[in-house]
Design a protein around this ligand. Structure first.
Ligand code: GH3
Ligand code: MG
Ligand code: MG
Length: 366
């Protein structure tokens, strides 16, 4: 029955939510069943590119295939000093620790372990309890199994599972399947993570220029094929040097991160392409958008930055923007950048904190 939680004792035809197809009977042919689950899992994982979505899918699959009441997905923090709760399923996230701090020795301990293990096994493992004291806070939730996650021998996370819904215990086969399922997930998650690292700027979380340029070439081709307009915004923070000089470079970086968040908020996810074009310069490509539409987006960004107060000193920052559209202002990506840049220059010249559009004949202010 589609949509029902999947159990290892499922009768043929029962389907887990995240895995579809006719499931072989695990009682009759365990090998075929395992292969089926892993095949479907790898297909499902390869269809997803985003880390957040992959975490959710992995936890869904693990809890469904193992038929557990609930599950938690902890992932290693950027600082590598704690496991952070990234996804929970079937349990109120407020009742469980949002992070598990790693003390010395924990990673080595986990490396020696590498296999799923039951929570009960932990109690006598004193080195583990000592080096991972936060784990005791999980006891209330009554966890059943823990699965350390490794990627190329690096400890990257932990899945915690509750009791099985049918009251059964995990068999050797379950644990083998679980290990392989989790390592498939770990590969997909790390690949997506590395991809995100490669295409996103660390400070602003906007796309890097190299990725932006490639997308711009593709989007111009697409716009030409479907005779659709496309608009490019170039934005530059006003008198930003002053912010650095007054509050220091790290504070300047904090402002850039907040501006990045505003730019993301003001643009369409998965459609528009916002990028950190240079130090404190941004570019946003707006597919299927003409000059008027682009002007509104630029104004939205400009206004939101204008009314936001930054840093603990509550400082005001403004931004100037120039825009140019394909095909009215330019035929190629280089021309588009050049025209939008000219308009931006004009916005600066006219006194900053404004949006200027380039038009085929001349620069003018809307
Ligand atoms: P305006 O654009 O309004 O003409 O003045 P401006 O002071 O912003 O001038 P410009 O755009 O030329 O300034 C660039 C300044 O931005 C120089 C530098 O202090 C700052 N900046 C550039 N990149 C970074 C960065 O990555 N981090 C920080 N904190 N500051 C940066
Ligand atoms: Mg500037
Ligand atoms: Mg600049």
């Amino acid at each position: 029955m589609e949509g029902e939680p999947f159990s290892l004792q499922a009768t043929p035809g029962e389907l887990p939510k995240s895995i579809s197809g006719n499931i072989p009977d695990p009682e009759q042919d365990r090998k075929t069943y395992n292969l089926f689950i892993l095949y479907q899992a790898s297909r499902a994982l390869s269809a997803v590119l985003e880390v957040e979505e992959l975490l959710e899918l992995s936890l869904d699959m693990t809890t469904e295939v193992m038929n557990t009441a609930w599950g938690l997905f902890y992932l290693m923090s950027e600082e590598q000093d704690a496991l952070e709760l990234r996804k929970s399923k079937g349990i109120d996230a407020k009742t469980i620790p949002s992070s598990l701090h790693l003390a010395e020795g924990m990673v080595d301990w986990a490396k020696g372990k590498m296999e799923p293990f039951s929570f009960d096994e932990l109690i006598p493992e004193m080195p583990f309890s000592r080096s991972f004291p936060d784990l005791r806070n999980l006891t209330q939730a009554n966890p059943y199994f823990l699965i350390p996650i490794f990627h190329q021998l690096r400890f990257i996370g932990l899945i915690v599972l509750g009791r099985r819904l049918d009251g059964g215990v995990f068999t050797e086969n379950d644990l083998e399947l679980l290990s392989t399922l989790v390592s498939l997930s770990a590969n997909a998650i790390m690949n997506a993570h590395l991809y995100e690292l490669a295409i996103l700027d660390g400070t602003t979380k906007l796309f890097v220029v190299r990725y932006f340029r490639q997308r711009m070439r593709e989007e111009i081709k697409r716009a030409s094929r479907y005779t659709q307009p496309l608009t490019l915004l170039m934005l530059d923070l006003d008198l930003f040097k002053l912010v650095n000089d007054t509050y220091g470079h790290p504070s300047g970086d904090k402002v850039l991160a907040d501006v990045g968040a505003i730019v993301r908020k003001c643009t369409r996810e998965y459609v528009d392409i916002p990028c950190r074009y240079g130090g404190e310069e941004f570019a946003v490509l707006l597919p299927e958008t003409d000059t008027e539409g682009g002007y509104h987006v630029a104004e939205r960004i400009r206004k939101m930055i204008d009314k936001t107060r930054f840093l603990k000193e509550n400082i005001r920052i403004t931004i100037s923007a120039g825009l140019a559209s394909y095909p009215t202002d330019a035929d190629t990506d280089e021309e588009l950048v050049e025209r939008a840049d000219l308009a931006l220059y004009e916005a600066k010249r006219l006194g900053r904190n404004r949006v200027v559009a380039h038009d085929q004949s001349a620069i003018h202010i809307i």
